[in-house]
Design a protein around this ligand. Structure first.
Ligand code: 6PG
Length: 237
């Protein structure tokens, strides 16, 4: 593993890998170590993860590790408001990657015929009972993370560090599909360990900007990068 120094990133928190495969393997191993120790400490552990294309090899690598999956609860940091069998469902990635393992999936997916506003309200309450230990975030080229999109009206609650909301509805996402639910910054920041998992030169450029930007709403990931409450480890290839 090679450590590289970003312009303003704390080099201790930035890990760069040769390629996406090596990145996924090492991330899985490091996360597994944390899962082991949290299980040892508390008897169980909850991990929140991102959708998109980046995490698939990480999920596959994690599923191969010898862990007591029955003690692990996993949830998405955001979900596209489609049935879990739909091709766009993020949760579907979890069912595929962890098939046959006794992992507990806390679902953010819609109930039959449930609209996204009602769903976000239901999940907002249900998430009161979920304590996130580890959060692994992704990032889009526009600096969004989870479904917290740049300059979006939903950021009023979505990025408010004192928000009482665990979950918000998005009805006009700039990234399709338009309807989504997202955990809020306040909820994600419950995590004791934060990781950002990104690949590609262009995302590294966005990361550099997000480390310095003054208006966090322009690049929502910046809120996580600039806070000093919980260190965020960046895994990059
Ligand atoms: C989604 C997620 C989104 C995702 C990032 C990164 O709907 O896909 O809400 O936040 O994690 O856009 O996606 P990629 O890994 O595909 O670049």
């Amino acid at each position: 593993m090679e450590q590289a120094k970003l312009d303003a990133a704390d080099s201790d928190n930035f890990f760069e890998f040769e390629n996406k495969g090596e990145l996924a393997e090492m991330l899985a191993q490091d996360v597994a170590d944390t899962l082991y120790s949290f299980i040892e400490e508390n008897g169980n552990v909850t991990i929140a993860v991102s959708g998109g294309s980046t995490p698939a090899p990480f999920f596959a690598a994690l599923a191969k590790i010898d862990l007591d999956f029955s003690k692990i609860t996993i949830l998405m940091v955001d979900e596209r408001w489609v049935d879990v069998r739909h091709a766009d469902s993020s949760e579907r990635l979890l069912h595929e990657a962890f098939a046959g393992l006794p992992i507990n999936i806390f679902s953010l997916a819609p109930k039959a015929n449930e609209d996204v506003m009602a769903g976000a309200e239901r999940l907002n309450k249900a998430l009161q009972n979920i304590n996130i230990d580890i959060a692994i975030l992704g990032m889009g080229d526009d600096g969004h993370t989870a479904s917290l999109f740049p300059n979006h009206a939903a950021l009023k609650e979505g990025l408010n560090p004192n928000s009482s909301h665990n979950c918000i509805a998005i009805t006009d996402s700039p990234k399709p599909p338009s309807q989504r639910v997202s955990l809020t910054y306040a909820k994600i920041m419950q995590a004791r360990q934060l990781i950002l998992h990104i690949t590609g030169e262009s995302k590294k450029g966005v990361l550099e900007r997000a480390l310095h930007i003054k208006n966090q709403a322009e690049l929502p990931i910046s809120a996580f990068l600039q806070q000093s409450e919980t260190p965020i480890y960046i895994y990059y290839a």
